[in-house]
Write a new protein. Structure first.
Ligand code: TRH
Length: 358
């Protein structure tokens, strides 16, 4: 099969998830022999997120009038970022026209299964005559799946936390629980610290908002009770995965780290990207509904939902923490469920090859 040429357009709204997801997809496509041009308006985060780049991925600036490049075989409009008209016009002039896909944000809500692979004929504008396809990632076989590199589980299984932590200059203590923290400003960290400081805990705070919060709560010695904290530098995506694998509990946010925590297979708490009108509350509970359907105890499920709600400022501070043994079992069972569905890149390539979706 000759390698296809994929054009991925990415507009960085804020935070790191837009570029994070786009890079993972571009790199995963290239690792499977595809050729990818990632056109992005702010590639600065890739300097630390993917310092070595990826053979097969060209990163190009998304300027107002992109250079006259012949559109590739597939054009992916990431998160509905709206392609430049001049490029769409060239897509319409190409024979055959490229497959045009709008890859949407991740959600567990029911509308995703109904909307996945929706056909949208373009009747006006520079793309008149073209068809745009809506592609939704998701948690069920009726969706486009989740990004999962083919060797991810093998790498996860072969990982040694102690060795990796030492490579960062961190000496792990077997008696400590290890918690990673990646959150938005304003996360209710004091509740987490109060609970975690009662037992020996190593809190690994990621760069940015998490580090700032930890410093403001713990001061320069980064300790409270039986908890000690370490502030990490900005990690590559590969090392961020290793951080999640090295911990017993992961606090994640947004979209990409949220998915990567699920592949880590250990308990996690998700801080969802806040949206107006509590739209994010519906998204959070839609995920919990699916996730907790695997929980075998109603009281445990209620405690986990209460913890996630409090962490997202959607409910008063939670009381009891979920029992860790059940929580670990849920994380493993949930990952097993997800591993049974084809990964996003495999499904996307099959979608592009499927003549029914021309
Ligand atoms: O940064 P985020 O909050 O991004 C958000 C979400 O993507 C959200 O859906 C979107 O609407 C909003 O941006 C605009 O969280 P997320 O999605 O986890 O992306 C963070 C990326 O940064 C992810 O790819 C992991 C990566 N990362 C590293 O590579 N190294 C690090 O040290 C850290 C902390 C993160």
């Amino acid at each position: 099969m000759t390698a296809r040429l994929w054009d991925l357009y990415c507009r960085v709204v804020d935070n790191w998830g837009d570029v994070g997801v786009c890079w993972r997809l571009a790199a995963d496509l290239a690792a499977r022999g595809e050729s990818v041009r990632l056109r992005i308006d702010d590639a600065s985060a890739l300097a630390w997120m993917a310092p070595h780049g990826m053979p097969g991925v060209g990163v190009l600036p998304w300027t107002a009038a992109p250079p006259d490049l012949e559109p590739g075989d597939v054009v992916i409009e990431m998160f509905g970022c709206r392609l430049p008209d001049a490029f769409v016009a060239r897509m319409a002039a190409r024979t055959p026209p490229p497959r045009w896909i709008n890859l949407e944000y991740l959600s567990a809500e029911d509308y995703v299964e109904r909307s996945h692979r929706l056909r949208s004929p373009q009747t006006t504008g520079p793309g008149a005559g073209l068809v745009k396809w809506f592609y939704y990632p998701g948690f069920t076989p009726a969706t486009g799946g989740l990004i999962r590199e083919p060797d991810l589980m093998q790498r996860r299984a072969a990982f040694d936390a102690r060795t990796w932590l030492r490579s960062l200059g961190i000496e792990p203590d077997d008696g400590e629980q290890r918690i990673s923290l990646f959150c938005y400003p304003g996360a209710p960290l004091e509740r987490l610290l109060d609970a975690a400081a009662r037992t020996p805990t190593l809190l690994l705070a990621t760069t940015g908002a998490a580090a700032d919060l930890v410093r403001s709560h713990l001061g320069s010695d980064l300790r409270c009770g039986r908890l000690r904290a370490v502030v990490l530098p900005a990690l590559s995506q590969t090392d961020y995965d290793r951080l999640l694998w090295a911990c017993d509990l992961n606090f994640v946010r947004g979209e990409d780290s949220f998915v990567r925590a699920q592949w880590a297979g250990v308990p996690f708490v998700w801080q969802i990207y806040p949206q107006a009108d509590d739209v994010h509350a519906r998204k959070l509970h839609a995920f919990l509904d699916r996730h907790l359907a695997l929980a075998d105890d109603a009281a445990f499920a209620a405690r986990l939902r209460a913890l996630w709600s409090a962490w997202n400022g959607l409910a008063p501070a939670h009381e009891a923490w979920p029992e860790r043994g059940r929580w670990s079992a849920l994380a493993r069972d949930w990952r097993e469920t997800l591993l049974r569905q084809a990964d996003l890149t495999t499904q996307l390539i099959a979608f592009v090859d499927d003549s029914r979706y021309n």
